[in-house]
Design a protein around this ligand. Structure first.
Ligand SMILES: Nc1ncnc2c1ncn2[C@@H]1O[C@H](COP(=O)(O)OP(=O)(O)OP(=O)(O)O)[C@@H](O)[C@H]1O
Ligand SMILES: [Mg+2]
Length: 239
């Protein structure tokens, strides 16, 4: 049995958030999705494999995120083991990748059930999202297993670049989520506290962005079927 198979057999759901473009919103998405899924009764673990350690720093701030387990692992030789150990103990594992191509990122793509690609609406973001999607296709071929991949528009501002970037991605065969995340100060505020708008202000527009994004992801992965109402979950809010 390959090591990838061994990890998959543990039946946790692995979501890798990746794009080779820096600053697109990977770490913010991991933080917000982790807290959303925890609020739904799922056991959530996180892997930070970015040498910049942003997620690890936010986790150390003592906010809601600090209640969830995290492993910080940038050594490519250890990434499989770290994901395997998080998979054993959790329903969902979220992997935060560095904002550049690396072997660590390729390994994290290869074990994912779903790769999520945040994309801002500029040319460089769209270009790198398409490259990242091609890398996922390659990883899927190499590991002989299907890997779902979806992009979503991140940090959008009201402009016609939203429909332009959407159509560029679709032309390149990148499937997009309907949900997108607007550019909102609440996401930056939450980063100082290791939190999420969903925790800080559940009725805010930013929280609604998170709920829409997470609900679409949950539906693709059928995560509701795995939720355990009796689990000692993090009750950040009652949705
Ligand atoms: N929806 C948003 N609205 C406003 N600011 C945002 C939003 N999403 C992320 N940001 C801010 O943009 C910056 C980059 O976000 P983040 O760190 O999540 O991106 P990243 O893809 O993980 O970056 P890197 O490639 O450097 O790891 C951060 O300062 C974050 O607070
Ligand atoms: Mg990051």
């Amino acid at each position: 049995m390959s090591r990838v198979d061994a990890i998959m057999l543990r039946e946790s759901t692995i979501i890798t958030v990746a794009t080779s473009k820096g600053g697109a919103g990977k770490t913010t998405s991991v933080c917000c999705l982790a807290l959303y899924f925890a609020s739904q009764g799922l056991k959530v673990g996180m892997l930070d494999c970015d040498p910049n350690g942003t997620l690890t720093r936010w986790h150390a701030k003592g906010g809601a995120l600090s209640q969830l387990p995290i492993i910080s692992e940038v050594d490519e030789k250890q990434v499989f083991n770290s994901i395997a150990s998080l998979s054993t103990a959790n329903d969902v594992v979220l992997v935060d990748c560095p904002g550049f191509n690396s072997r660590v990122m390729v390994y994290a793509l290869g074990v994912a059930n779903l790769v999520l690609i945040p994309v801002m609406t500029d040319e460089a973001n769209v270009f790198e999202a398409i490259r990242t999607k091609m890398l996922v296709d390659w990883a899927s071929t190499a590991t002989k297993r299907p890997i779902e991949v979806r992009a979503f528009l991140s940090r959008i501002k009201g402009s016609n670049l939203v429909s332009h970037s959407r159509s560029e991605l679709e032309k390149a065969g990148v499937q997009l989520l309907k949900a997108s995340v607007a550019d909102r100060i609440a996401f930056q505020e939450a980063s100082y506290f290791g939190s999420s708008p969903l925790v800080d202000d559940p009725s805010s527009s930013a929280a609604l962005d998170v709920i829409r994004l997470a609900s679409e992801v949950a539906a693709i992965l059928e995560l509701d079927k795995h939720s355990r109402p009796d689990a000692p979950a993090i009750h950040v809010l009652a949705l």
